[in-house]
Write a protein that binds this ligand. Structure first.
Ligand code: T6T
Length: 332
């Protein structure tokens, strides 16, 4: 097993965000004997993201598109209009009917879409699970994502420091049943258990709607005047929490650690409404997925799981060139 390690200093504290690229070939990638050169040219890859307008997935799509072009692969991308099984399933089924050579997908639920994905895989399409995944281990020849549980732990330690290791903290996330955000919450709440003077309130879910997160944070402030910190599980939640704190006049007083680093979150970090961003590397996720599918098309070994790097961004290290590459794009 090879390990890629990214060690980045954040506000004086070095945070080790390690990732592991688990080597190992999955059986469905073929014999391992190389195919003749050019075996991948004009193979077709389809990408279905969790939410098409989300800068995390836009950044992933841009990188995957560039890598596919460089390898002579045909590539098209689509995504749900919102984080909803009933919206993503028809997309999956229509892509499946076209029998692409490869499908990169971020399933919006760990269980509900598995029958559709199994059917597509049995039809010969090779599946790369990107960012989110499903419980069934038989789905996908590769799974590529951040170490989300580790990211939740990093957010907890950073937030505890920001809060002076005391007070109440609340987690607001998207909805239960999403592999990534569920792992973040697990990592965060378990790590927060190490701080006896911090009380973790029950988790709230905003269905990926910033307006809901904004009103949730205001009602939490009314019920818990000692609220000292918030963990926002993804981009839209981070945006909504920032808005809610500004509306309540509590920006900078209630500390926030948020996942992701899309432009609005960066603005909120600069103006002191958010204090820590745990940024992922969606471009690496997209690039690695194309590379693994191309390897599968050529009958070469495929890495069954790949962990990509994360970095904790604060106002202090935002100007570091090493950090800049982790800021998400709103367009290619
Ligand atoms: O946090 C990312 C992604 O990792 C997660 O699975 C869903 O939300 C985002 O896309 C950000 O909105």
């Amino acid at each position: 097993m090879s390990t890629r390690r990214a060690l980045l200093a954040v506000a004086g504290a070095a945070l080790a965000l390690t990732t592991t690229a688990a080597c190992g070939s999955s059986g469905s990638s073929g014999s391992g004997a190389g195919q003749p050169a050019g075996a991948v040219s004009h193979k077709r890859i389809e990408l279905i993201t969790g939410v098409k307008s989300d800068p995390f997935y836009i950044t992933m799509t841009c990188a995957a598109q560039a890598e596919a072009k460089a390898k002579g692969l045909d590539f098209t991308a689509d995504g749900s209009a919102q984080w909803d099984v009933s919206v993503q399933r028809p997309l999956i089924d229509s892509v499946g009917a076209a029998h692409p050579d490869g499908l990169m997908i971020s399933p919006v639920d760990t269980e509900a879409l598995t029958p559709s994905l199994r059917q597509i895989q049995s039809g010969g399409t090779k599946i790369a699970l990107v960012d989110t995944s499903v419980t069934d281990p038989s789905v996908g020849i590769t799974r590529i994502s951040s170490d989300n549980e580790k990211g939740g732990q990093v957010a907890a330690d950073a937030l505890a420091q920001q809060m002076g290791q005391k007070g109440s903290v609340i987690v607001i996330s998207v909805k239960p049943g999403i592999s990534t955000t569920d792992a973040r919450i697990k990592g965060f709440t378990e790590e927060m258990g190490k701080y006896p003077n911090i009380k973790v309130l029950p988790t709230l879910y905003d269905n990926d709607l910033p307006a809901t997160a904004a009103s949730q944070i205001q009602s939490t402030l009314a019920a818990h005047p000692d609220l000292g910190g918030v963990f926002a599980g993804n981009t839209n939640t981070g945006q909504g929490v920032a808005t809610g704190l500004q509306q309540a006049g509590k920006q900078g007083q209630v500390k926030v650690a948020a996942f992701d680093a899309e432009p609005d979150e960066i603005t909120a970090l600069r103006n002191g409404t958010l204090q820590v961003l745990v940024a992922q590397d969606p471009a690496a996720i997209g690039t690695e997925a194309v590379d693994q599918l191309a390897a599968a098309f050529e009958g070469k070994p495929v890495q069954a799981s790949i962990g990509t790097t994360m970095v904790a961004i604060t106002k202090d290290n935002l100007g570091d060139p090493q950090i800049a590459k982790y800021v998400y794009k709103a367009s290619c």
